[in-house]
Design a protein around this ligand. Structure first.
Ligand code: PLP
Length: 386
């Protein structure tokens, strides 16, 4: 797999997920590599085991050389994102109206604070990224869970009638597309249906599109604001270029939403290095992203083969996007939270129940690691069942 290359006619890039050894990764200071003892393979929180994209690394090194560590100025980040969105997502947002936020979760809270009444109801689809619950409840909103519908092949669909029912009386809907943890990319017709129902019910839509750059070749990602003028997209380079600790994201409003009502303090928590890195990623990180996607594509298929061989009872459908694998372990007999048994075998994955009721019996596995680590992890997980 070290041989994965991506060609754009000029450069071959090595597999970004096969460059760092386990020993090198263990020197990292991030939460992924420091929460569990060193004998545990950490396949949990959404960080990637890749080095930085060359353009991002160069921009950060130059900033450090300049001693450029003052407060964040948005610079050309929104323009860089708009260029990326136009080139790769077929959507041309107006960079002048976007607002810099520290990260997607703080951005979601800030936008809700500004646009929907305190204490009102926010709907989200379950299974759901666990901080959705904690940040929304912490901000004082009531959370209504609207479950996605299993399609029977390990996939999930957004049932528009079910959503419409759950939107009754709600002030906002937090759409997650591509969806964490299931890896589902919702199609255009679904998004049009969402927009119609939310418009009819007067529900504000926040579209968390943090994973959009991680859509696999052959799958079309349609930005929510490409189908409607109304809503706010939350975007960031932090997942696709592994920058979450640097703190920079954007709230991008549709033409019918005015984000000038957000107070200036909303941008204060953003980091300048985050802005600089994200701008470099969106402007000139496309070739590296293609190499990464080739490596992730290899890993999502490798995981299918490893599971078929060692843990054939586990349900897994290739994600349309994201490096997250949502594993149905209900037939393993490991109870509501199979992550406990896997951790006993020195593999850390995210507990399914933390994603809400539909997560019982599931785990979320982060496959943005080397093929060797992924292989070792599945072998250890199989030993938990044997
Ligand atoms: C769907 C989704 N939203 C938000 C976040 C968190 O993003 P941030 O670190 O920018 O708050 C994540 C992180 O994995 C995520 O998967």
């Amino acid at each position: 797999v070290a041989g994965i290359t991506v060609q754009d006619g000029t450069v071959d890039l090595p597999n970004p997920l096969a460059e760092l050894t386990l020993d090198e990764l263990r020197t990292r200071r991030s939460v992924k590599w420091n929460t569990y003892p060193p004998d545990v393979l950490p396949l949990w929180v959404a960080e990637m085991d890749a080095p930085l994209a060359p353009s991002v690394r160069a921009a950060l090194l130059a900033a450090v050389e300049r001693g450029d560590t003052g407060y964040a100025h948005p610079g050309g980040l929104a323009e860089a994102y708009a260029g990326f969105a136009a080139a790769r997502l077929g959507w041309a947002p107006d960079p002048a109206t976007a607002r810099l936020v520290p990260d997607v979760m703080n951005g979601v809270v800030a936008v809700l604070d500004a646009l929907v009444p305190a204490g009102s109801t926010v709907v989200l689809n379950t299974p759901a990224y666990p901080p959705f619950f904690s940040f929304l409840r912490g901000g004082g909103w009531r959370v209504v869970e609207s479950p996605l519908t299993p399609t029977g092949d390990g996939g999930y669909a957004l049932d528009l009638d079910r959503l419409d029912h759950d939107l009754a009386g709600a002030a906002a809907y937090l759409l997650c597309n591509p969806h964490n943890p299931t890896g589902t990319v919702f199609d255009r017709a679904t998004l049009v249906g969402v927009a119609e129902r939310c418009a009819r019910r007067g529900v504000r839509v926040l579209a968390d599109e943090i994973h959009a750059p991680l859509t696999y070749p052959g799958v079309e990602f349609v930005p929510y604001l490409a189908v409607t003028d109304d809503g706010v997209a939350m975007v960031s380079a932090s997942k696709a270029w592994n920058l979450p600790g640097l703190k920079a994201a954007l709230a991008v409003p549709g033409p019918r939403v005015d984000l000038s009502v957000l107070p200036p303090e909303v941008s204060f928590g953003a980091g300048l290095l985050g802005v600089i890195a994200a701008e470099a990623a969106f402007r000139s990180g496309g070739q590296w992203l293609d190499a990464l996607l080739a490596a992730l594509d290899h890993n999502r298929r490798l995981l299918a083969a490893l599971l078929a061989d060692a843990l054939p009872q586990v349900g897994y459908r290739l994600p349309d996007a994201t490096y997250l694998a949502w594993l149905d372990c209900r037939r393993l007999g490991l109870g509501d939270d199979p992550s406990v048994a896997f951790l006993d075998r020195k593999v850390a994955v995210n507990p399914g129940p933390s994603f809400g009721l539909p997560g019982h019996g599931f785990v979320r596995l982060n496959l943005a690691t080397s093929p060797a680590i992924l292989t070792a992890a599945v072998q250890r997980m199989a030993a938990a069942v044997a």
